[in-house]
Ligand binder design. Structure first.
Ligand code: PXP
Length: 242
């Protein structure tokens, strides 16, 4: 069975929106593991828009499955990764103005930077995944750079509205997974996967693990809403006023 790594960034987004100390992504990670998550993913961004350093350090102490750190290949992040020592680092591109990671890391253009980051992380015995587009050139380059695995960007498939574009994007994703698997790279897949798009992956045996965040956090808010309102109603009832 393919694994599921749960990204809890957007629990932190909700917290940061109010500058509150809840909801806590560390607590959400515990619950995600209780639900069967095979790994917990956080993206520590340079601008700290959601996950904070405190979250990462606490998750290192509390995650029982495996901790996956998504990060840009910057000196700052490499230093933090070496200190925290997550089970896996996924190198991603990062632009300050983007809402979320927009495309895969171009490991051909940025070969030197990526090679340097992989060397530093391997020296610390941290496995490295590269988040790349479903493109054979990128996958072969990931192999040449000694990455341990790749995460294939599924955003183009998940976000496509035109059926023809969706079909092509999915075929490219499957082809990329097969190529990576043939090259003995671990194969993860993620970005934009929801409760509908996941169904397309039936039978794609090359995928080892899915990395999913936004749709799970969004669904948690929906399936938890009724209980949350009941709890507040109960507290108001106990006030004995009105
Ligand atoms: N994988 C990578 C590399 C990502 O950057 C993200 C988004 O943080 C995800 C997976 C999860 O994407 P989503 O939140 O759309 O499920």
């Amino acid at each position: 069975m393919a694994g599921l790594a749960v990204n809890v960034d957007h629990i932190a987004t909700l917290r940061q929106a109010r500058g509150a100390d809840y909801p806590d992504p560390v607590a959400a990670a515990v619950l995600a593991e209780l639900g069967g998550a095979d790994g917990i993913v956080v993206h520590l961004r340079g601008d700290r828009r959601h996950i904070q350093d405190r979250d990462l350090y606490l998750l290192k102490k509390t995650v029982l499955s495996k901790l996956i750190l998504e990060m840009a290949a910057t000196d700052e992040m490499l230093s933090i990764a070496g200190d925290v020592r997550p089970d896996l680092v996924t190198l991603v591109p990062e632009k300050r103005e983007e809402v979320t990671t927009e495309g895969g890391l171009d490991v051909v253009t940025h070969a030197d930077t990526v090679a340097n980051a992989i060397e530093i992380l391997h020296r610390e015995a941290i496995a490295v995944s590269l988040f790349i587009d479903a493109d054979a050139k990128q996958i072969h380059q990931a192999r040449a750079l000694s990455a341990d695995m790749v995460e294939i960007h599924t955003g183009r498939f998940c976000d496509a509205e035109a059926p023809a574009e969706k079909t092509t994007a999915f075929a490219d994703t499957v082809e990329a997974a097969k190529t990576a698997s043939e090259l003995d790279l671990g194969v993860n897949a993620g970005h934009g996967i929801c409760y509908n798009t996941i169904k397309a992956f039936k039978g794609v045996a090359e995928i080892d693990e899915f990395s999913i965040g936004h749709s799970i956090v969004a669904r948690a808010a929906m399936v938890g809403m009724e209980k949350a309102v009941r709890e507040m109603r109960e507290l108001i009832k106990e006030l004995g006023i009105g």
